[in-house]
Design a protein around this ligand. Sequence first.
Ligand code: G1P
Length: 281
Amino acid sequence: MKKITKAVIPIGGFGTRLLPITKAIPKEMLPIVDKPVIQYIVEELSLSGIEEVYFIISEDRDPLINYFSRNKRLEEKLILNNKNKSYQEIVNISSIINIHFILDKEQNGSATAINLAKEYLLNEEAFLIVLADDLIRSEVPASLQLIKLYEQYKTPIIGVHKVPITDVNKYGIIKPTSNDKVEDIIEKPSLDEAPSRLASLGRYIVTNDYFKYIKDLKRGVNNEYQLTDVLKLMLRDTTFKYYEIKGQYYDIGTREGHINAIVDYAIESDKVDNDKLNINT
Ligand code: G1P
């Protein structure tokens, strides 16, 4: 079995729920304490054994490209001023994982955005899809939890978590079977339509069959080509498992999720700093 080493991240959305700030700053670049959201995602992927990441971006995503590019002038200045820790931190951003940017000129939805990485993923047995506004704080990185399961069962997997019934219309909701398989998935169902409270939370492992279904895809919610609808088509021929990811989930696309993440990550990094102090005294 070939290891999963590649991930694709569609980053084209307008971040309408966090306007006006997202008019100028992509939501993936919003700060959680002193790092942008996307940095946490990339760290998760690196810790999960991912080697290549394909970001599908729109034309206005310069801050993202700048963030992951080397800045020689800044690096030289840090070295000159003996700021070695900061220097290492800055260099690590761009060296932690191989990042590739693919431009999505059309922006017709997550499904077609992912399809733009086809030529890089077609030879992979399976790959990871990550939605970058879903942060998961966990002991075992969320993507690694899914990868381990894939290695065990060799079936595609949808990472899920339970949401309050009133929130089902914000997510892709699965219809589970009694043996952890997925029978159906519906993008943003109404309360009446929702087959469960298990929502996909932006971590998926799919096989390269994904690309076969794009031609049959119709526009869905918001008149966009939805990733959920590709999974729905794949489910006709493919067994999918679902897995309740262990960890604390934050939907960064909402004000509440963003604030909660800032508070929890701040407390955690303070704790790490205090632990270091205690060791040193
Ligand atoms: C997207 C997906 C949805 C998934 C959600 C997780 O929705 O379309 O299926 O459950 O991410 O956050 P969005 O957040 O773009 O509305």
